[in-house]
Design a protein around this ligand. Structure first.
Ligand SMILES: [Zn+2]
Length: 252
């Protein structure tokens, strides 16, 4: 039986049998890996903390013919806040689900792991959660090769004036003339497209200084969430919970 090392973040954790957990890790070395953490639900088990979602750790894993098994875990950052603060936890769950649904086991993708670490750090900082989520969505789309055209009309290549539109099926922005041929396109301003471009290219700690009006926030979300929905054929499950938590906090 062979062993391997992973530097990884726990994307998902679900119960198995009486005391075990199956965890889904996203790792620097191998991309997504699923493994069993035996005894991780017992109070004093040494794998307990390492099997919690959002945990960033160094994992030693046994290779098995069936499911691999965690042998040891040294925690680098528990990201405890992302489990204890309700809004941050809901944001974290949404982000982890995004990484989970858009990655395949055993297919490490370029800079996805350092991006995930930066995302967790940004969620933990008291940043503008909605803007962080938009930056995560567009950053993930770009890294996976699904970046929509944001700078020029995706059909004719014309640079865009203030009144423009976005077409999910065409995969990008449309000029006023090309919009006539796409009934599903929705209106966005050139400012929204520029903001999305900025979020894509700017580190999280710098992007947090950005002030974005609420109508533009709606357009940003419409673009990224529509692209994700089109790719998956459905919404992210955690999105409804996140919306509920945000609504509850807003009212209180
Ligand atoms: Zn055009």
């Amino acid at each position: 039986m062979s062993l391997y090392n992973l530097e990884a973040v726990v994307l998902r954790s679900r119960n198995l049998g009486e005391a075990d957990k199956i965890i889904t890790l996203y790792s620097r070395e191998r991309g997504k890996v699923r493994a069993v953490a035996r005894g991780a639900r017992r109070p004093r088990n040494r794998l307990r903390a390492g099997a919690e979602v959002c945990t960033h750790g160094q994992y030693l894993v046994f290779e098995n013919r069936g499911l691999d098994a965690i042998s040891q875990c040294d925690i680098v950052n528990s990201h405890r806040q992302l489990r204890e603060d309700l809004v941050k936890a809901a944001g974290g769950a949404y982000v982890l689900e995004l990484f989970d649904v858009f990655t395949e086991e055993g297919e490490p993708k370029g800079d996805l792991f350092p991006f995930l670490l930066a995302v967790l750090q940004a969620l933990e900082a008291d940043a503008d959660l909605e803007l962080v989520l938009r930056a995560v969505e567009i950053g993930l789309l770009a890294r996976l090769g699904y970046l929509p055209e944001l700078k020029a009309c995706v059909i004719c290549g014309k640079s865009l004036s203030e009144a423009t539109a976005f077409s999910v099926s065409r995969g990008g922005a449309l000029c006023a003339a090309c919009r006539q041929n796409d009934v599903d396109a929705f209106s966005v301003t050139a400012g929204t497209l520029a903001t999305l471009n900025y979020l894509l290219r700017t580190p999280f700690d710098q992007a947090r200084k950005l002030r974005v009006p609420s109508d533009m926030r709606g357009e940003l979300k419409n673009i990224t969430v529509s692209c994700i929905r089109a790719l998956l054929g459905r919404d992210i499950n955690s999105a409804a919970f996140l919306a509920l938590v945000q609504e509850t906090v807003r009212k209180s």
